[in-house]
Design a protein around this ligand. Structure first.
Ligand SMILES: Nc1ncnc2c1ncn2[C@@H]1O[C@H](COP(=O)(O)OP(=O)(O)OP(=O)(O)O)[C@@H](O)[C@H]1O
Ligand SMILES: [Mg+2]
Length: 224
């Protein structure tokens, strides 16, 4: 089967410090991969490389047979906008926009009409339990509510792959699990492949593949 996302020998240096060491990774359509590992081990750095946010120092990332490093900047950002989704570790919503406007953003950027984009955003937000907050500015949300808006925004345009960097970091463990279950369920309904960084073993257990990051080295955990 052709992988939707594949990385081979990815290294990432920040100056002389090597944050990612020769990482290999592969994901099929609709598959969920979990990445665990201690703080500072390089999980976010790897995610940035896989998602085309940062170019690897060496090695390659191939999305749907397209090598990201070979794309001109404009094409790479269009591909990221249209076919990938990213839930950042720190949310990164636009505080002046409403919940619905934030979630609808990827569709608006793809040229979809405001009415249609708003309607789709409302549906996804509803499934994540935010149906009553559509018109609230995101500056006036709780941490967990903000994270769910970020999840909705990453999924609303039905990307092929969504990258989620500890999307429930601001939640207690019970709420975190509820939100993650909704997120994974929604992604699976849409056949979106998911790469999720998580500290929760019970979440990682639900993924099809488990990876661990340690001092920049990515290892796939093999279950026997
Ligand atoms: N822009 C940067 N410049 C220099 N070093 C960086 C930069 N970003 C991250 N690092 C370093 O690279 C290492 C990996 O960082 P990264 O953010 O990928 O870790 P992480 O596994 O996501 O950690 P956490 O669980 O705390 O989010 C850390 O030692 C960090 O200090
Ligand atoms: Mg991180």
């Amino acid at each position: 089967m052709d992988s939707i996302l594949r990385a081979e020998g990815v290294d990432l240096f920040y100056g002389t410090f090597q944050a990612v060491r020769s990482a290999d990774f592969a994901l099929e359509r609709g598959e969920v991969a979990a990445i665990m590992g201690s703080s500072g081990s390089g999980k976010s750095s790897l995610l940035y490389c896989l998602a085309g946010v940062l170019p690897p120092s060496s090695g390659q990332v191939v999305f749907d047979d397209i090598e990201l490093g070979a794309l001109p900047d404009g094409e790479l950002s269009a591909l990221r906008r249209e076919r990938l989704g990213f839930v950042f570790q720190y949310g990164e919503l636009l505080p002046e926009l409403t919940v619905q406007e934030n979630a609808a953003l990827p569709l608006r950027l793809a040229g979809i009409s405001k009415d249609h984009a708003d309607a789709v955003a409302a549906q996804v937000l509803g499934r994540l339990g935010l149906g009553d907050l559509l018109r609230r500015r995101t500056s006036k949300l709780s941490g967990g509510q903000s994270q769910r808006v970020a999840v909705a925004r990453a999924l609303v345009h039905r990307p092929d792959v969504v990258f989620a960097d500890e999307p429930t970091g601001a939640l207690d463990s019970a709420n975190a699990e509820t939100v993650l279950n909704e997120f994974l369920h929604l992604a699976r309904r849409q056949k979106t492949a998911v790469v999720i960084v998580t500290h929760a073993p019970e979440v990682a257990a639900k993924a099809d593949k488990q990876y661990t990051m340690s001092d920049g080295v990515l290892t796939q955990r093999v279950t026997v």
